[in-house]
Design a protein around this ligand. Structure first.
Ligand SMILES: [Zn+2]
Ligand SMILES: [Zn+2]
Length: 224
């Protein structure tokens, strides 16, 4: 097998395969000297962006994970920008109106992302994030950065926010979790929902599934 051949690996999901393809192409373009940092950072950023954890794809977060935080920031920033550009087209494929909605809090466009088994989903915004919100000190976009900032500027605020973080707050004070507006899947313009075992079936990525017996796959009802 040629070293850069991009063949599917057994057990690899389509997304992992795509991600590996991006990485191989990127490594071909950046394989010397300081570029090592750049492609290590790129790999991490692509990993976070393509798995719905865009909040981890920040320069500080990724920088800390490479060479124990001893490398320069510039190649890390460049790699994150590249990763965002490469990941963007894959994050806006939704054409089914049922896979699009908006956040009732901020109006952001939200896209349904199915889990790899196609049985469940999450709503992410166009940056691939579950949360959003502007504010706070300039340049602060992660909980770790904000704790550092508070420690230097506001010890009382630091203690209070640290307590919240310890209790599980995964958000900065000026952020919110997106709240997807309900998606209309029935009524005019939609085929009737299929029923199975006395209940309306549940939609999954590739069709419908019975709520009682997961072996039942009711066929989609045809439009009247
Ligand atoms: Zn929102
Ligand atoms: Zn059934």
């Amino acid at each position: 097998m040629a070293p850069h051949q991009h063949a599917p690996v057994p057990g690899e999901t389509a997304d992992e395969h795509r991600r590996r393809g991006l990485s191989v192409r990127y490594r071909k373009a950046h394989t010397r000297g300081a570029y090592r940092v750049r492609w290590d950072a790129y790999d991490l950023a692509v990993l976070y962006l393509s798995t719905g954890r865009a909040h981890l794809a920040t320069p500080k977060q990724i920088h800390a994970q490479i060479n124990g935080g001893r490398c320069a920031f510039a190649p890390v920033r460049a790699a994150i920008a590249d990763a965002r550009r490469d990941c963007a087209p894959a994050q806006t494929p939704a054409t089914d109106p049922r896979d699009l909605t908006t956040c009732t809090e901020c109006g952001a466009r939200l896209i349904r992302h199915w889990t790899s088994d196609g049985m469940d989903f999450t709503w992410l915004d166009e940056a691939g994030s579950r949360q959003a919100g502007e504010g706070g000190p300039p340049g602060i976009d992660s909980i770790e950065d904000y704790l550092d900032w508070l420690r230097a500027h506001d010890m009382r605020g630091y203690s209070a926010f640290l307590a919240q973080v310890t209790l599980g707050a995964g958000l900065l004070p000026w952020q919110h979790w997106h709240r997807p507006a309900p998606v209309i899947e029935t009524g005019a313009g939609f085929p009737p929902l299929p029923w199975c075992c006395g209940e309306p079936a549940r939609r999954v990525r590739d069709g419908w599934i019975c709520r009682e017996d997961p072996q039942h796959r009711p066929a989609a009802a045809t439009a009247l």
